[in-house]
Design a protein around this ligand. Structure first.
Ligand SMILES: C[S@@+](CC[C@H](N)C(=O)[O-])C[C@H]1O[C@@H](n2cnc3c(N)ncnc32)[C@H](O)[C@@H]1O
Length: 549
């Protein structure tokens, strides 16, 4: 038996305690790492999915390994303008979803006050290098009033989190964001204990990397408040046919995701494809794809053409997955591209189309054949999220809050759009190009005038008053009896007529949302993906929601 009676003995006892502590700490780390790893391997086993269009395992051993080696999106993807002092400034990407006014419109009818005392919690699940986290945190910072928004950025890849953290700190946004390394497929109760419950969950481009995306949605549902909503994005199998053919070709050639392999891919894709190849057979899309192939960062090429796993879906499969997870689709974006009427005018054809949302969207997708992504908002099936803003209720009456609702043009300048509209020949409709398909959406004769009234501050009731009290076009002003015919137009007629048509078309391409509080437009924000159609304003406007007062 050892009896330590002097100082030496204490020292040895202390050293042994230290040794034990180190040993247990290491044991703990090994157990935790193995658990996370085990979870991922469980979720990352390739080949398990029966769904079409999936190509597995070029050379990576897991999804995590891919995103550790190639964090996504590569952060120099977008041009970085300089600020006044010539210092490089990070581009703030304003994209859909993750735009607070848009989220509010589709999930809470535009009524949500982001400054409620209870707080507003956002989870960016699979946030990658932080594009969406930064977009959300910037809007929160720009909100007037005392914001109580808390954003959690969760990702499987430590390399991606490190980049995101660095970007958030360099933009001074750290007080809004917390980072969490983990997997959305982790036991939902554990995850909930660690990160809590959220009002909005953003999960873009993540679920289609999982072996079981339904499980991913179910887990996220556990983290969602009852009146909360989620913005999701899945790849579309029909529009990405060329991408999956290319993934298979590269797999057949066993091209590894190394510098040499990526260089090979650039050359092969640019010069090795016959014109009938699915990536090439749409000249317009091919041109931009080919251009971006050269400009793209390695991570982008790997993500698109050499991922460990990505599975694409038709929209009916997306509806089924969402339903299987106990959730419902609130809205697909952009609404107009999922409407059969956007492509079909023949009443005979229209009369045969299913009337339920899944059937209608499915018809539109199969007909157009070009849907590359499916962006959608979802909520709990038995939850209390009110859903998208509507002008009319079920009984065809004017819905609640419509008079006080404020039309919010989304990332474009109404003055410019109004003057562009005024110059368009009547009857040509609103031109909109969606993945090589030029569509024309109906717009009312008075569109230019109404657009000019939409400043993100006026309510619909005020816009209506201004509209009926002016005489509009000269033709109308002269009228048969020399009087303006608008005074007799009721608010409901305004909604059914000119405003309704304009709303359907502008909201149809996701350029108009409705809010119950004014927004502010900040002209100094930089948005690389502003509205890009010929002859249209390309203004990078930013419209963060303001705290309701
Ligand atoms: C294509 S990136 C998308 C990044 C980001 N959502 C965006 O849209 O910019 C996919 C991201 O999902 C992450 N991811 C994949 N599986 C995940 C999982 N099971 N749990 C958490 N993150 C995951 C990857 O590490 C990667 O950062």
């Amino acid at each position: 038996m050892f009896v330590f009676v002097n100082g030496e003995g204490y020292k040895i006892r202390f050293k042994m305690k230290l040794l034990f502590a180190v040993f247990f700490a290491m044991l703990f780390i090994v157990v935790v790492v193995r658990r996370v790893d085990g979870n991922e391997k469980e979720n990352d086993k390739g080949g398990g999915s029966s769904l079409e269009n999936s190509v597995f395992d070029v050379r990576f051993k897991s999804v995590r390994e891919q995103y550790e080696a190639f964090p996504y999106p590569p952060t120099t993807l977008h041009p970085t303008p300089s600020n006044a002092r010539g210092k490089r400034r990070e581009a703030i990407v304003l994209q859909s979803p993750s735009h607070l006014t848009e989220i509010n419109h589709y999930i809470w009818k535009g009524r949500r006050n982001f400054c409620d005392k209870g707080g507003f919690r956002i989870l960016v699940a699979g946030g990658g290098t932080g594009e969406k986290t930064i977009q959300l945190a910037t809007q929160v910072r720009d909100m007037k009033g005392e914001s109580v928004v808390d954003i959690v950025h969760l990702d499987l890849s430590t390399a991606s989190i490190a980049i995101a953290k660095n970007r958030v700190e360099s933009l001074g946004l750290e007080r809004y964001v917390r980072f969490f390394h983990g997997s959305i497929t982790e036991d939902a109760r554990n995850l909930k204990e660690k990160i809590g419950v959220f009002d909005y969950i953003d999960c873009l481009g993540v679920l289609h990397h999982l072996e079981n995306p339904s499980l991913g949605i179910e887990n996220l549902k556990e983290l969602l408040s009852d009146d909360g909503g989620m913005g999701l994005m899945f790849y579309g199998s029909l529009g990405r046919r060329g991408i999956y053919d290319m993934q298979r070709l590269l797999k057949l050639m066993d091209v590894p995701p190394t510098n040499k392999g990526i260089k090979f891919v650039r050359e092969f894709v640019s010069h090795g494809l016959p014109p009938t190849n699915w990536l090439r057979n749409d000249p317009q899309r091919w041109q931009s794809f080919n251009r971006s192939m050269h400009a793209s960062k390695d991570a982008q090429i790997v993500d698109m053409l050499m991922p460990f796993r990505d599975v694409a879906y038709r929209v009916d499969q997306v509806f089924d997955m969402v339903k299987a997870a106990g959730m419902k689709v609130l809205q697909l974006l952009q609404p107009a591209i999922y409407r059969p009427e956007t492509y079909v005018r023949d009443p005979d054809v229209l009369s045969r189309i299913p009337t339920d949302p899944k059937g209608r969207a499915s018809f539109a997708e199969l007909l157009a054949g070009n849907m590359y992504h499916h962006f959608l908002y979802v909520a709990k099936r038995d939850g209390s999220a009110p859903g998208p803003f509507q002008l009319f209720d079920r009984d065809a009456g004017v819905a609640d809050d419509v008079e006080s609702a404020i039309p919010v043009p989304h990332i474009f300048d109404t003055t410019e759009l109004s003057s562009a509209l005024a110059k368009w020949p009547e009857g040509t409709g609103l031109p909109w190009s969606h993945r090589s398909l030029q569509i024309h959406l109906p717009i009312p004769r008075d569109a230019a005038e109404i657009v000019l009234l939409m400043d993100g501050r006026r309510t619909l009731a005020e816009i209506y008053e201004a509209f009926i009290s002016s005489c509009g076009s000269t033709e109308e002003a002269e009228g048969e009896h020399g009087v303006c015919g608008r005074e007799s137009m009721s608010f409901k007629m305004f909604l059914l007529g000119p405003f309704g048509q304009l709303f359907d078309s502008l909201n149809g391409i996701n350029k108009l949302h409705m809010a119950q509080a004014p927004v502010q437009y900040l002209h100094d924000r930089y948005a690389p993906w502003a509205w890009k159609i010929p002859g249209f304003p390309k203004n990078p406007y930013h419209s963060p929601a303001r705290c309701y007062v």
